[in-house]
Design a binder for this molecule. Structure first.
Ligand code: K1U
Ligand code: ZN
Length: 183
């Protein structure tokens, strides 16, 4: 197991659409193990594979409270199958947009179909933080970020700040190469 570097805004990989997982093998398990290690180290409550530079539809999550035992969850190829008309608001953060938090309105309840690490299909009906986090992570698999739900003014301010920071640290803002499916 190892931590991997988290891809930070404005890295163009965050705008990539991730590929469907077709191989439920040891490489996939190793990716998931590394994602949990990276997510817990950050710390974060969720992580999508593209945030560690792997364009596959893989999501890890742990919504356990601080004093409760860990409750790791894995969602492979997650897709929203139903959303409620009712909306909910949550102050979201993103490990790829460090130290920026903003209220986002989303459907309050969702149903999500996904596969587990053995390729077995499940469906979960979620509300509260699970609903928010699932939508946030599934958005990552589609190249969507929570700042996309904010006003253009706020989004432009965030982009400007992170572009400036990337320039100062010399972070590469390179075009996305052809997919290699490299885990
Ligand atoms: O996908 C990500 O970037 C991870 C993100 C998940 C998320 C948070 C809040 C609303 C929706 C989705 C994070 O984990 S940000 C960090 C965070 O929320 C947190 C970190 C430590 C303790 C508690 C929360
Ligand atoms: Zn995020």
């Amino acid at each position: 197991m190892a931590t991997r570097d988290i891809v930070i805004l404005p890295d163009p990989r965050l705008r990539q659409t991730s590929e469907t997982v077709t191989a439920f093998d040891a490489k996939l398990r190793a990716l998931v193990d590394d994602m949990f290690e990276t997510m817990y180290a950050a710390p974060g409550i969720g992580l999508a594979a593209i945030q560690v530079g792997v364009p596959l539809r893989v999501v890890t999550m742990d919504l356990a409270r601080k004093d409760d035992p860990p409750a790791p969850q894995v969602f492979i190829n997650p897709q929203v199958t139903w959303v409620s008309e009712e909306k909910g608001t949550y102050e979201e953060g993103c490990l790829s947009i460090p130290e920026y938090y903003e209220e986002v309105e989303r459907p309050a309840q969702v149903k999500v179909r996904y596969l587990d690490l053995d390729g077995k299909q499940h469906e979960v009906e979620a509300d509260g933080l699970l609903a928010t986090c699932l939508q946030h992570e599934i958005d990552h698999t589609n190249g969507v970020l929570f700042i996309d739900y904010l006003s253009k003014l706020k989004r432009d301010m965030v982009m400007k700040k992170f572009k400036k920071a990337a320039k100062q640290t010399g972070a590469a803002v390179r075009p996305v190469p052809n997919p290699t499916h490299e885990l």
